[in-house]
Ligand binder design. Structure first.
Ligand code: FES
Length: 66
């Protein structure tokens, strides 16, 4: 399944990029594009990437609280 159709970025690759960006401490959508080695085109995937970042950030906060 593709998250970003314009750049052909699949969910598994986007998940790796999101995890890397969360770990870097700069969780921005643009940083995720950069981690994937692509640039945004139509921008339709930005909402999905933002949701992935928020979900990953929430789960890493929950782990830190344990
Ligand atoms: S779907 Fe990602 S930039 Fe168009």
């Amino acid at each position: 399944m593709f998250v970003c159709n314009c750049n052909g970025v699949r969910m598994r690759d986007m998940t790796v990029a999101v995890d890397a960006v969360i770990g870097s401490g700069a969780p921005t959508v643009d940083a995720v594009y950069a981690a994937c080695g692509v640039a945004p085109k139509c921008g339709r995937c930005k909402v999905d990437i933002r949701r992935m970042l928020d979900a990953a950030n929430t789960s890493s906060c929950a782990l830190a609280a344990e």
